[in-house]
Design a binder for this molecule. Structure first.
Ligand SMILES: C[S@@+](CC[C@H](N)C(=O)[O-])C[C@H]1O[C@@H](n2cnc3c(N)ncnc32)[C@H](O)[C@@H]1O
Length: 239
Protein backbone atom coordinates (compact mmCIF):
# COMPACT_ATOMS: atom_id res chain seq x y z
CA UNK A 1 0.00 0.00 0.00
CA UNK A 2 1.19 3.54 -0.73
CA UNK A 3 1.96 6.22 1.81
CA UNK A 4 -0.33 8.70 0.04
CA UNK A 5 -3.02 10.41 2.06
CA UNK A 6 -6.66 10.07 1.02
CA UNK A 7 -6.58 13.72 -0.02
CA UNK A 8 -3.62 13.12 -2.33
CA UNK A 9 -5.26 10.04 -3.81
CA UNK A 10 -8.49 11.97 -4.43
CA UNK A 11 -6.50 14.76 -6.08
CA UNK A 12 -4.58 12.39 -8.39
CA UNK A 13 -7.77 10.54 -9.34
CA UNK A 14 -9.32 13.84 -10.42
CA UNK A 15 -6.15 14.80 -12.32
CA UNK A 16 -6.22 11.54 -14.26
CA UNK A 17 -9.48 12.48 -15.99
CA UNK A 18 -12.67 10.56 -16.53
CA UNK A 19 -12.48 6.98 -15.14
CA UNK A 20 -14.47 4.15 -16.72
CA UNK A 21 -13.66 1.57 -14.06
CA UNK A 22 -14.65 2.14 -10.47
CA UNK A 23 -11.75 1.06 -8.29
CA UNK A 24 -11.47 1.41 -4.55
CA UNK A 25 -8.11 3.09 -3.99
CA UNK A 26 -7.50 3.08 -0.28
CA UNK A 27 -11.15 3.92 0.35
CA UNK A 28 -11.47 6.44 -2.47
CA UNK A 29 -13.69 5.40 -5.42
CA UNK A 30 -12.51 6.32 -8.91
CA UNK A 31 -15.87 6.26 -10.75
CA UNK A 32 -18.65 6.21 -8.18
CA UNK A 33 -21.23 7.46 -10.69
CA UNK A 34 -20.66 4.85 -13.42
CA UNK A 35 -23.83 4.40 -15.50
CA UNK A 36 -23.74 0.63 -14.91
CA UNK A 37 -23.29 0.93 -11.13
CA UNK A 38 -20.22 -0.37 -9.30
CA UNK A 39 -18.50 -1.42 -12.51
CA UNK A 40 -16.71 -3.73 -13.11
CA UNK A 41 -16.83 -5.02 -9.56
CA UNK A 42 -20.40 -6.34 -9.85
CA UNK A 43 -19.54 -7.99 -13.18
CA UNK A 44 -16.45 -9.64 -11.70
CA UNK A 45 -18.54 -11.02 -8.79
CA UNK A 46 -20.68 -12.87 -11.32
CA UNK A 47 -17.81 -14.85 -12.86
CA UNK A 48 -14.93 -14.67 -10.34
CA UNK A 49 -15.70 -18.27 -9.31
CA UNK A 50 -14.86 -19.49 -12.84
CA UNK A 51 -11.18 -18.57 -12.45
CA UNK A 52 -9.06 -20.44 -9.87
CA UNK A 53 -8.64 -18.56 -6.57
CA UNK A 54 -4.97 -19.34 -6.64
CA UNK A 55 -3.09 -18.72 -9.87
CA UNK A 56 0.32 -18.61 -8.27
CA UNK A 57 3.08 -18.78 -10.85
CA UNK A 58 0.81 -18.08 -13.83
CA UNK A 59 1.31 -15.36 -16.39
CA UNK A 60 -1.65 -13.16 -17.32
CA UNK A 61 -2.26 -10.76 -20.19
CA UNK A 62 -5.15 -8.30 -19.71
CA UNK A 63 -6.13 -6.86 -23.12
CA UNK A 64 -8.01 -3.57 -22.99
CA UNK A 65 -7.01 -3.37 -19.35
CA UNK A 66 -8.42 0.13 -18.87
CA UNK A 67 -7.63 1.29 -15.31
CA UNK A 68 -6.35 -2.15 -14.37
CA UNK A 69 -9.23 -3.58 -12.35
CA UNK A 70 -8.80 -7.13 -13.67
CA UNK A 71 -5.00 -6.94 -13.75
CA UNK A 72 -5.07 -6.07 -10.06
CA UNK A 73 -7.48 -8.94 -9.33
CA UNK A 74 -5.18 -11.39 -11.13
CA UNK A 75 -2.21 -10.11 -9.13
CA UNK A 76 -4.26 -10.51 -5.95
CA UNK A 77 -4.79 -14.17 -6.89
CA UNK A 78 -1.07 -14.73 -7.05
CA UNK A 79 -0.17 -14.39 -10.73
CA UNK A 80 3.60 -14.23 -11.12
CA UNK A 81 3.50 -11.87 -14.06
CA UNK A 82 0.68 -9.60 -15.18
CA UNK A 83 0.85 -7.48 -18.32
CA UNK A 84 -1.96 -5.04 -19.10
CA UNK A 85 -2.26 -3.50 -22.54
CA UNK A 86 -4.58 -0.80 -23.81
CA UNK A 87 -4.61 1.46 -26.84
CA UNK A 88 -5.55 4.51 -24.75
CA UNK A 89 -2.67 6.13 -22.83
CA UNK A 90 -4.98 8.02 -20.47
CA UNK A 91 -6.44 4.74 -19.17
CA UNK A 92 -2.93 3.35 -18.80
CA UNK A 93 -1.95 6.36 -16.67
CA UNK A 94 -4.91 5.52 -14.41
CA UNK A 95 -3.84 1.88 -14.28
CA UNK A 96 -0.28 2.77 -13.31
CA UNK A 97 -1.53 5.03 -10.55
CA UNK A 98 -3.96 2.37 -9.26
CA UNK A 99 -1.17 -0.22 -9.17
CA UNK A 100 1.08 2.24 -7.34
CA UNK A 101 -1.57 2.86 -4.67
CA UNK A 102 -2.15 -0.89 -4.28
CA UNK A 103 1.58 -1.65 -4.31
CA UNK A 104 1.09 -4.16 -7.15
CA UNK A 105 3.82 -4.96 -9.65
CA UNK A 106 2.12 -4.95 -13.06
CA UNK A 107 3.53 -4.04 -16.44
CA UNK A 108 1.24 -1.69 -18.38
CA UNK A 109 1.97 -1.07 -22.05
CA UNK A 110 0.32 0.99 -24.72
CA UNK A 111 -0.41 -1.57 -27.39
CA UNK A 112 -3.24 -2.19 -29.80
CA UNK A 113 -4.80 -5.65 -29.76
CA UNK A 114 -3.89 -5.96 -33.45
CA UNK A 115 -0.21 -5.67 -32.43
CA UNK A 116 -0.12 -8.41 -29.77
CA UNK A 117 2.54 -10.28 -31.75
CA UNK A 118 4.95 -7.55 -30.59
CA UNK A 119 4.71 -8.96 -27.07
CA UNK A 120 6.66 -11.97 -28.31
CA UNK A 121 5.31 -14.31 -25.64
CA UNK A 122 2.36 -16.50 -24.74
CA UNK A 123 0.44 -16.19 -21.47
CA UNK A 124 -1.24 -18.88 -19.36
CA UNK A 125 -4.34 -16.71 -19.00
CA UNK A 126 -5.49 -14.02 -21.41
CA UNK A 127 -8.34 -11.71 -20.44
CA UNK A 128 -10.23 -10.22 -23.36
CA UNK A 129 -13.09 -8.48 -21.61
CA UNK A 130 -15.27 -5.78 -23.08
CA UNK A 131 -13.10 -5.17 -26.15
CA UNK A 132 -14.44 -7.23 -29.08
CA UNK A 133 -17.38 -4.95 -29.89
CA UNK A 134 -15.08 -1.91 -29.92
CA UNK A 135 -13.15 -3.35 -32.85
CA UNK A 136 -13.69 -2.84 -36.56
CA UNK A 137 -12.09 -6.25 -37.16
CA UNK A 138 -13.25 -8.50 -34.34
CA UNK A 139 -12.51 -11.90 -35.87
CA UNK A 140 -9.01 -10.76 -36.85
CA UNK A 141 -8.38 -9.90 -33.20
CA UNK A 142 -9.48 -13.36 -32.01
CA UNK A 143 -7.29 -14.99 -34.66
CA UNK A 144 -4.30 -12.93 -33.48
CA UNK A 145 -4.89 -13.90 -29.86
CA UNK A 146 -4.91 -17.56 -30.87
CA UNK A 147 -1.87 -17.16 -33.08
CA UNK A 148 0.34 -15.16 -30.76
CA UNK A 149 -0.58 -14.84 -27.09
CA UNK A 150 -2.97 -17.45 -25.65
CA UNK A 151 -1.13 -20.45 -24.29
CA UNK A 152 -3.91 -22.08 -22.27
CA UNK A 153 -6.95 -20.08 -21.21
CA UNK A 154 -8.90 -17.21 -22.74
CA UNK A 155 -11.45 -15.40 -20.59
CA UNK A 156 -13.78 -13.55 -22.91
CA UNK A 157 -16.64 -11.08 -22.46
CA UNK A 158 -18.70 -9.17 -24.97
CA UNK A 159 -21.72 -6.96 -25.13
CA UNK A 160 -24.40 -8.97 -26.96
CA UNK A 161 -27.71 -8.14 -28.52
CA UNK A 162 -30.35 -10.05 -30.44
CA UNK A 163 -31.44 -13.62 -29.92
CA UNK A 164 -30.06 -15.60 -27.01
CA UNK A 165 -30.87 -18.86 -28.79
CA UNK A 166 -28.04 -20.94 -30.17
CA UNK A 167 -28.66 -23.02 -33.28
CA UNK A 168 -25.76 -25.06 -34.60
CA UNK A 169 -25.99 -24.65 -38.37
CA UNK A 170 -25.14 -27.60 -40.60
CA UNK A 171 -21.62 -27.67 -41.99
CA UNK A 172 -22.87 -26.67 -45.44
CA UNK A 173 -26.00 -25.56 -47.35
CA UNK A 174 -26.86 -25.39 -51.02
CA UNK A 175 -26.72 -21.93 -52.66
CA UNK A 176 -30.53 -21.89 -52.88
CA UNK A 177 -30.93 -22.14 -49.10
CA UNK A 178 -32.03 -18.79 -47.69
CA UNK A 179 -34.31 -19.54 -44.77
CA UNK A 180 -31.50 -20.69 -42.49
CA UNK A 181 -30.21 -17.13 -42.20
CA UNK A 182 -33.54 -16.01 -40.75
CA UNK A 183 -33.69 -18.86 -38.25
CA UNK A 184 -33.68 -18.07 -34.52
CA UNK A 185 -30.21 -18.71 -33.15
CA UNK A 186 -28.27 -18.32 -36.39
CA UNK A 187 -24.96 -16.49 -35.69
CA UNK A 188 -25.47 -12.78 -36.38
CA UNK A 189 -23.37 -9.69 -35.72
CA UNK A 190 -24.94 -6.23 -35.92
CA UNK A 191 -22.90 -3.47 -37.50
CA UNK A 192 -23.18 -0.04 -35.89
CA UNK A 193 -22.37 2.59 -38.47
CA UNK A 194 -22.72 5.57 -36.16
CA UNK A 195 -23.23 5.23 -32.41
CA UNK A 196 -24.66 2.86 -29.86
CA UNK A 197 -25.07 3.94 -26.24
CA UNK A 198 -23.53 7.32 -27.21
CA UNK A 199 -20.28 5.51 -28.02
CA UNK A 200 -18.95 5.77 -31.58
CA UNK A 201 -16.42 2.99 -30.84
CA UNK A 202 -19.13 0.33 -30.61
CA UNK A 203 -18.78 -1.23 -34.07
CA UNK A 204 -20.02 -4.81 -34.04
CA UNK A 205 -22.46 -6.34 -31.58
CA UNK A 206 -22.81 -10.12 -31.87
CA UNK A 207 -25.65 -12.31 -30.69
CA UNK A 208 -24.85 -15.23 -28.41
CA UNK A 209 -24.64 -17.79 -31.22
CA UNK A 210 -22.20 -15.55 -33.07
CA UNK A 211 -19.91 -15.14 -30.04
CA UNK A 212 -19.77 -18.90 -29.56
CA UNK A 213 -19.22 -19.57 -33.27
CA UNK A 214 -16.45 -16.95 -33.53
CA UNK A 215 -14.63 -18.33 -30.51
CA UNK A 216 -14.77 -21.85 -31.96
CA UNK A 217 -13.77 -20.61 -35.40
CA UNK A 218 -10.70 -18.83 -34.00
CA UNK A 219 -9.57 -22.05 -32.32
CA UNK A 220 -11.00 -21.86 -28.81
CA UNK A 221 -13.00 -24.54 -27.04
CA UNK A 222 -15.63 -23.13 -24.70
CA UNK A 223 -15.22 -24.86 -21.34
CA UNK A 224 -17.38 -22.64 -19.13
CA UNK A 225 -20.08 -20.02 -19.52
CA UNK A 226 -20.34 -18.64 -15.98
CA UNK A 227 -22.28 -15.49 -16.83
CA UNK A 228 -24.43 -14.43 -19.78
CA UNK A 229 -21.65 -12.42 -21.48
CA UNK A 230 -18.60 -14.32 -20.21
CA UNK A 231 -16.88 -17.41 -21.62
CA UNK A 232 -13.88 -19.34 -20.36
CA UNK A 233 -12.11 -21.02 -23.26
CA UNK A 234 -9.18 -23.33 -23.79
CA UNK A 235 -6.88 -23.01 -26.76
CA UNK A 236 -7.42 -26.01 -29.02
CA UNK A 237 -4.63 -27.48 -31.07
CA UNK A 238 -5.51 -26.77 -34.68
CA UNK A 239 -5.80 -29.82 -36.88
C1 LIG B 1 -15.32 -1.27 -22.35
S1 LIG B 1 -13.65 -1.03 -21.90
C2 LIG B 1 -13.36 -2.57 -21.07
C3 LIG B 1 -12.32 -2.44 -20.00
C4 LIG B 1 -12.05 -3.70 -19.18
N1 LIG B 1 -11.47 -4.75 -19.96
C5 LIG B 1 -13.33 -4.16 -18.53
O1 LIG B 1 -13.88 -5.19 -18.91
O2 LIG B 1 -13.77 -3.46 -17.62
C6 LIG B 1 -12.75 -1.25 -23.40
C7 LIG B 1 -11.25 -1.02 -23.26
O3 LIG B 1 -10.62 -1.51 -24.44
C8 LIG B 1 -9.68 -0.57 -24.88
N2 LIG B 1 -9.53 -0.76 -26.34
C9 LIG B 1 -10.42 -0.44 -27.31
N3 LIG B 1 -9.93 -0.77 -28.52
C10 LIG B 1 -8.72 -1.32 -28.29
C11 LIG B 1 -7.72 -1.84 -29.15
N4 LIG B 1 -7.89 -1.84 -30.48
N5 LIG B 1 -6.59 -2.34 -28.60
C12 LIG B 1 -6.41 -2.31 -27.25
N6 LIG B 1 -7.32 -1.82 -26.39
C13 LIG B 1 -8.45 -1.33 -26.90
C14 LIG B 1 -10.29 0.78 -24.49
O4 LIG B 1 -9.33 1.82 -24.46
C15 LIG B 1 -10.88 0.45 -23.15
O5 LIG B 1 -9.97 0.62 -22.11
Amino acid sequence: MSQMSRGEIRHRIAELGEWFQNLDLDGVPTAPNHFLGDYPSFKWQSFAHAIPDDITGKSVLDIGCNAGFYSLEMKRRGAARVVGIDSDPSYLAQARFAAEVRGAEIEFRQLDVYDVAQLGERFDVVLFLGVLYHLRHPLLALDLLYEHVVDETLVFQSLMRGSKAVARPDSDYPFEERAVFEREGYPVMYFVEKCYSHDPTNWWIPNRACVEAMLRSAGFEIVDHPEEEVYVCRRRARG
